[in-house]
Design a protein around this ligand. Structure first.
Ligand SMILES: *[C@@H]1O[C@H](CO)[C@@H](O)[C@H](O)[C@H]1NC(C)=O
Ligand SMILES: *[C@@H]1O[C@H](CO)[C@@H](O)[C@H](O)[C@H]1NC(C)=O
Ligand SMILES: *[C@@H]1O[C@H](CO)[C@@H](O)[C@H](O)[C@H]1NC(C)=O
Length: 278
């Protein structure tokens, strides 16, 4: 990262503001199918067009990236806003005579693949500092189960029970109809997404040892019950919620999960990079 003086106003604004060196504009990136159909193995990219984009790495595709790459046209759940919109700018550009390219990034803390901290929906927890920097990396990294949820319901207590997740399983990624419908590849925020209902969240808390809940759209809670499942999960401050995971083209089963959020103090959400290792 280039050493450059940045103005203090630049550093103080917004929930998340990060500058990265040597990142060209999004439009300079090779094309990727809008609907995510090209999502396994090497994405075709002529040498001239730039580097190949990969979803899996290593021998036999041992490492699977389950993070969505940030796109201007990825969905974002905020009223009056369709799509995430521009989040990356070249602040200095070689095209403009600078000796280097230097980009600036500005993202809502709950955009794309991200993690929630207990302070997201509990004011007291927020005030007490239960932020992203307080999340337990031991929960965010370790064996995890990827399960398919019945496609005809939201995640209720009945659905949770039917999944028969054994005691001792601490991390579960729930793949739902959201993945089949490729909702994360649509610009419009789709309020009909599948998520937890309050009784499903409560059942998980009462009957399992799950400490990490992963889901394949922007909220663990179904839109019709957006708040209460979050409250149920966050109340103990022991359960970490990872949202908008890319769970397509992955077999259900057990993996080693590795998730690392940015080390953001004072933030109740953060972008997160998650991978599965076979
Ligand atoms: C380059 O300079 C032009 C003219 O001042 C300006 O409009 C443009 O935004 C600059 N671009 C970058 C990437 O700095
Ligand atoms: C720097 O950014 C310009 C666009 O302003 C681009 O054309 C050029 O390829 C970039 N250079 C590098 C080294 O990334
Ligand atoms: C899940 O709940 C949403 C409302 O939050 C609803 O629109 C959707 O149809 C439900 N999905 C299923 C599969 O029942």
């Amino acid at each position: 990262m280039a050493k450059l003086k940045m103005s203090s106003t630049l550093l103080s604004v917004s929930i998340l503001l990060v500058s990265l060196a040597a990142i060209s504009s999004p439009s300079a990136h090779p094309a990727y199918d809008d609907d995510g159909t090209v999502s396994c193995g090497l994405v075709d990219a002529a040498p001239k067009a730039g580097p190949a984009r990969r979803e899996v790495y290593g021998e036999g595709g041992r490492i699977i990236d389950i993070t969505h790459f940030y796109r201007e046209d990825m969905p974002f759940g905020e009223w009056g806003r369709v799509g995430l919109g521009q989040f990356l700018w070249l602040r200095m550009s070689m095209a403009n005579g600078s000796l280097y390219n230097f980009s600036e990034l500005k993202l809502p803390a709950h955009a794309g693949t991200h993690v929630d901290a207990p302070g997201h929906m509990f004011k007291d927890y927020f005030d007490a500092g239960f932020d992203i920097d307080s999340l337990d990396l031991d929960v965010l990294n370790g064996p995890a189960l990827l399960v398919d949820v019945p496609r005809d319901k939201n995640i209720t207590a009945e659905v949770m029970e039917s999944l028969h997740i054994p005691r001792g399983v601490r991390r579960v990624l729930f793949r739902t109809l959201n993945t089949d419908k490729k909702l994360m590849w649509k610009k419009e925020f789709d309020t009909s997404f599948v998520g937890f209902m309050k009784d499903g969240a409560q059942w998980l808390v009462d009957n399992t040892d799950i400490k990490l809940v992963g889901i394949d759209y922007l909220s663990v809670a179904a839109f019709d019950d957006l708040i209460s499942p979050h409250l149920v999960f966050h109340e103990s401050r022991e359960i970490i919620l990872v949202e908008a995971l890319k769970l397509e083209n992955v077999d259900a089963g057990i993996y080693s999960l590795h998730c690392l959020p940015l080390r953001l103090r004072g933030a109740e959400g953060s972008p997160i990079r998650c991978i599965l290792i076979k």
